[in-house]
Design a protein around this ligand. Sequence first.
Ligand code: HAM
Length: 457
Amino acid sequence: MSDSKNQAAPKSPKTPARPTLKAVRGTRDLLPDQTPLWNHVESTARSLFARYGFGEIRTPIFETTELFARGVGEETDIVSKEMFTWEDRARAASEKAQSLTLRPESTAGVVRAYIEHKLGETGQLQKLYYIGPQFRRERPQRGRYRQFWQIGAEVLGPQSSGSDSPLRDAEVLEMLASLLNELGVRDWKLELNSVGNTEDRIRYNAALREALAPVKDQLCPDNQRRAETNPLRVLDSKDEADQDLINALPKIADHLGPESRDHFAQVLAALDACNVPYHLNPRLVRGLDYYTRTTFEFTVTTGLGTQNALLGGGRYDGLSEMLGGPKAPGIGFAIGEDRLILTLQAQAEADAAANPGAPRPEGTWVKKLDAYIAPLGAAQNPAALALAHDLRAAGLTVEVGDGTFKLRKSFDIADTLARHIILLGEDEAATNILTVKTFATGEQTKVPRAKLAETLA
Ligand code: HAM
């Protein structure tokens, strides 16, 4: 055995305290008191998606920059300002450096995967969902982060699979309404629009350019540029000073051709049949370039402040071709999971304040463990661990203390963590009869080891 413990430690020159490191601005840690609600939301979504015939897809967190430039659009805020992009250096002299980007959204990656794995050749409609982090360099605030989570889904396939049927749009919207209802989100509002097909958009863009030309100089510099390059983007500008001019611009609804009008009417009829309420919003063009025909957002009034869009989505009938793939009309959505959680938390807090005795909703509180085992003396530690193993194997949630703890300390810890404390001393080990205290009633009983699992469950 080394005797180094007995030697005085050499005096080290005083080193300055190192600065503590923090999570990067716009990113956050989710601690164990928060993750139950995340897991509840995710498992509810997974189970509902399965009932609608969706399967899970997991695509990479980074992709080539070109995928987003082509898919989401160069002129969008996402691609022009918000992407985390880097030059990935070549591995060999013969290789070129590659521009890569942390995904700011997942639709482009899913459609790339659809093309790459020739999913269209099955002839079947593909119903795919994903849950995962996305990255945008936005100014952080409540409900807006640089790393955030989306729960999204995409329905796409060759036309022969029925992928461009208005029924698909309505089914996705009805599924979202059901999910929000099942999670207990109150006061959601579905805002709906049609941005037309490619031909309608060409006509509408021409009308917008014409209307923008005489007022262009009064717009902010960003909108002046967009008025030239992609006038539709002016419509989702948040610039306060430009809002009156934007509201006076022509409405897309007045420029839809018969095909788009008919498609939209059928979506609305199916929503009516399913009793899904909606509000038509002619300015809802969405901040991504791939959308055609149906576009939508669900907003809420509780918990989100200005970032009140809980989720967004729409049709993207030309996206596969934009990415070099076959024709594959599609529709999808992405829920901002961080925002959904904020909404549920705010609702739960409001409910608890209004009605303190009411049971709290699933996921908004951490469940207590079934039992805490307190070994009385270090000699009982091995037996305590063996007992914990048996109870855990029987399906109970169990924590083991330490035989060096004073009894008072064991009781205090057990009371915060668990519903019962099991005392394991020499007598208990010898007789296999354990002392169990139930905190809710204060009752203390002797329970044979063989009966513990059923008594505590
Ligand atoms: P998006 O509207 O850009 O659409 O994002 C969808 C949702 O993600 C938003 O409604 C919002 O709840 C959430 N979100 C966006 N940015 C942030 C952020 N910085 N922090 C927190 N939450 C955020 C899309 O991403 C499309 N890919 C949706 C889609 C799927 N369209 C068709 N298929």
